[in-house]
Ligand binder design. Structure first.
Ligand code: ADP
Ligand code: MG
Length: 370
């Protein structure tokens, strides 16, 4: 069923109706597809960009089946969906991405095991499920190290940095919530990511390397020049991973770069990614366009062209409070507001992309945010 080629007017079903689902839906509709969205939140951003809306939890099998019935191809906007439910859906409906990759990648431990087994470089890590394993982690990794819950973390949630032995007691408390991975803390020079899209026919296309700055472990700024020195290294690492994990659609691999300029794979998001949003304005295809091409069984472009270097800033709840009144004065900022009903501190409410060849964004944008 993997090679089903959708005709115009077919329906693409999306599990999850957040901003990623919304931007997928917008690409799909431009190409003439209809969209069905399943989400537990009746006011989710994608609802108002969809022809059909199913109000249900992500693991509601009856609702997922309804989505399958409505759709000619089913995809998902985030990885924390119910892997078994997705596997069941794959039996009877066209789910081009399948369920195996998402099941491997939604678990930080099996993700790291798979990346390491594929021969890509990962940060040294130790699984931690009890106090003894925590001691082992401290011995093997040294301080500081970082504990991450195996399931469900995002934007730095579910992480605890263990700076010194005095913190082992609170670390024991942290691990009582469930299985964790302990990871060596890297003295970061920078962080990059690369977004790619793969199709069922084996073709794959890479976007330019994205350089990412995080604040409080949440993506703050992405800059893309098209000339990053690690472009080829990043592609080589991704190709190793792809030989072992069958990735279809758009996905992003995040990397750490240490002080010796060495690259480590941090994590893989098997879906469009925040650091790829600039592609909507800066590239000839956005990460959402290529995702839809892949799940529609259509061909992918041979390459992605970056029309102009770009910088993207996330708009969190607090930024939107400060910024909303200046949007009207900056037509050169491509403003995206997702339409979430509830504005919260640190919640991703939108983003801004500026097409710029110079590092002048610090004055034109960051000055305004102060
Ligand atoms: P998620 O994005 O799922 O919240 P990540 O593992 O990507 O989780 O961690 C979020 C951010 O925290 C990273 O982008 C990085 O800035 C920082 N971080 C995470 N792990 C490490 C590490 N081992 N060494 C240094 N910084 C880290
Ligand atoms: Mg991350």
């Amino acid at each position: 069923m993997n090679s089903t080629k959708l005709t115009i007017g077919s329906t693409i079903g999306i599990i999850g109706g957040g901003q990623l689902g919304k931007m997928m839906a917008q690409s799909a509709q431009r190409m003439g597809f209809k969209v069905a969205v399943l989400d537990p939140d009746e006011t989710c951003p994608a609802r108002f960009s969809a022809h059909h809306f199913i109000h249900a939890s992500y693991n509601d099998l009856t609702a997922l089946t309804k989505l399958g019935e409505l759709s000619d191809s089913v995809t998902y906007e985030f990885e924390n969906i119910d892997g078994e439910a997705l596997a069941a859906l794959t039996e009877n409906y066209n789910v081009p991405q399948g369920s195996a990759a998402v099941i491997t990648l939604q678990n930080r431990l099996s993700e790291k095991d798979a990346v390491a087994a594929a021969g890509a470089q990962v940060v040294p890590y130790v699984p931690v499920d009890d106090a003894a394993a925590l001691e082992t982690a401290a011995e093997q990794l040294g301080f500081p190290f970082i504990l991450k819950t195996v399931f469900g973390g995002y934007d730095g949630k579910g992480q605890y940095v263990v700076k010194a032995a005095e913190q082992l007691e609170s670390a024991r408390e942290f691990i009582s919530s469930g299985l964790c991975v302990a990871e060596q803390m890297i003295d970061l020079q920078s962080e990059i990511s690369i977004t790619a899209t793969a199709a069922a026919d084996g073709s794959v296309v890479f976007f330019p390397v994205q350089e990412n700055v995080h604040r409080n472990q949440i993506l703050y700024r992405t800059t893309v020049t098209g000339t990053h020195r690690h472009q080829q290294n990043a592609i080589n690492e991704v190709k190793k991973i792809m030989a072992d994990i069958k990735l279809i659609g758009t996905f992003t691999v995040e990397f750490f770069i240490d002080q010796e300029d060495k690259l480590y794979v941090n994590e893989i998001a098997p879906r469009p990614h925040n650091s790829g949003h600039y592609s909507i304005e800066a590239c000839d295809y956005s990460q959402f366009d290529t995702h839809i091409l892949a799940v529609a069984g259509w061909g992918l472009p041979e390459q992605i062209t970056l029309h102009q270097p770009a910088v993207m800033y996330n708009l969190l709840g607090q930024d939107l409070d400060v910024m909303a009144h200046v949007f009207s004065e900056h037509p050169e900022w491509h403003v995206h507001v997702y339409g979430k009903e509830v504005r919260k501190h640190d919640r991703k409410m939108g983003h801004v992309t500026i097409l710029t060849t110079a590092n002048d964004y610090e004055t034109i944008y960051e000055e305004q945010m102060k």
